[in-house]
Design a binder for this molecule. Sequence first.
Ligand code: WT7
Length: 647
Amino acid sequence: MAEIYAIPARVQEGGQQPISTMGAWLEARHRWRNDPSAFWLNITQSTIAWSTEPTVGLNGDYYSVKETPFSWFEDGQLNITESCLDRHVETQPNKTAIIWEGDEPGDVRKISYRDLHGSVCQAANCLSSMGVKSGDRVIIYMGMVPEAAVAMLACARIGAVHSVVFGGFSADALRDRIEDCGASVVITQDEGLRGGRRIPLKATTDDAVSGDSPVSKVLVYQRTKADIGWTEGRDVWWHEAVEASAPVCEATIVPAEHPLFILYTSGSTGRPKGVLHTCGGYITYTSYTHRTVFDLRDDDVYACVADVGWITGHSYIVYGPLANGATTLMFESTPLYPDAGRYWDMVERHKITIFYTAPTAIRALAAHGSDPVRKYDRTSLRVLGTVGEPINPDAWTWYHEVVGEGRCTIVDTWWQTETGGICITPIAPVTPPKPGSATLPLPGIEPVLVDPETQTEIRGPGQGHLCLGYPWPGQARTVYGDHARYISTYFSAYDGLYFTGDGCRRDADGYHWITGRIDDVLNVSGHRMGTAEFEAALVSNNAVAEAAVVGYPHPLKGQGVYAYIVLQDEAMATIEADLNGTVRTAIGAHARVDLFQIVPGLPKTRSGKVMRRILRKVAEGESDKLGDVSTLADPSVVEAIIAGAQT
Ligand code: WT7
């Protein structure tokens, strides 16, 4: 055990070396290309606290993955909480690990590494006493409170697999996820608090676990002291059970490829997939990318204002920053509460140096002008990040000029739930930026553009489907319980390549410009949602015979949701509120159709397949560019659709 605490001294050499020039970036890429396994072994050995150091890098590839998941560091053993907690308790126990900013401005908690370690051990012991064992699944359905991070780390401490479900999801969506992974415990709160509004997390959990459920225990953190339902024998208060547990808990050492968490994400078809990430590779990749991309320094105050319910929160609020011994902020509220100055008020009060948010928030704030920004002192800021969707050059420029006073580096980071961490991105402050471009791949990432017509690789400038050519440690290993779905989703479009689902253009300088999803996945305010999930929800309403959902450009949200509805019965004309109620029940409060169009029928081929291309063009306001419609079973529906278009 003692050996793991020797890490910081060795960090001087090897993988920790920051990339401080474009020459160093190029050199690192060459080093990686020459020997990818050696490249990543060097990084993980010099930065992660292994109890048995790995000697093997990658095992497997994008062909053999069809039979067995590839692995990284397979002979290594560790518990990732030793990288995130124990070694920092040894070297910097009093450093603030988490700054929590509650819903009301100034409602602040600061948690040191020593205290975080103690709380995680207590929660881990509590979970063990509830019968949770290594490999068991635990659902975390919480708001942005430090206890959500404690819960994640407590699972990891005992080898349990967490699945965080975003607090906006409905009882139906929560139940689906609980059942899919067979969770035995749910960790939740009495209520969440966001922008002055209360979110009934416990009541929703009660709904989701009613009747036949694999869940035997519900651990409830008290946030608002609201009156809530209580099931004796099943429900347990966090402040009673966790705080009464011993603050010492030996970490369960697991193999590198032991599962760390499952995170459900939307795809083109069917229900959300449980993307599985594993311990050794994920922690290596998130810590590496976090310190490299953001130019992390010891005294940084780092703030990512995402939610732990999404991958950004996992990788860049919790795991990456804590593995790096950084001070990471958790934010419970919204960018507009109590007003559009909230982020910058926090920057001033906490002296934030690195700030990471989504383009949708930047656009919403830019719409309020620069006064709410200029009211606050932002001289502490050094690096500004964005993630989740393409950032339009106007928003980029506003972020750079107004927020960053023209002084800060902007990093537009492209990645996905499945990639575990950032893949294509500028490196602060080194990479010369181009507003709107995610720029260049990190060392270890090989973007491949494929021409969908010819199925061949586009070398040099061009536009095509974005694939990645070689595995990296942070890549998802499988879809939980359904490896065949993992293969068909990511590895069957193009042989030997990981298919991202995004379109991308590469310019003459080798810079990457993400053009958005090319599949039936929507990106609404940075939230990833499947058109198939909307459609399933809509047709579950008795008024609806058929539904087709597509995205359309939306000035603030990036994409809006456009639903074409064929009614069961003409009499049911004004059902929009009703239908959004159905969607809210099936998916959650964050899912909402923006525009409805009642249509006499959907454009289908003679074999009955909906021609979504036509619906997309109409929704995008490009009815004049429909292309060939001669293969339709009934071309007359297209005229009706164009005539009634809502955009
Ligand atoms: C999809 C992944 C990665 C964490 C949050 C979203 C889009 C993400 C960018 C960017 C253009 C981006 C892609 C991707 N996306 N970052 N910087 N520029 N598009 O994770 O929910 O898994 O969504 O978000 O379309 O495929 P996610």
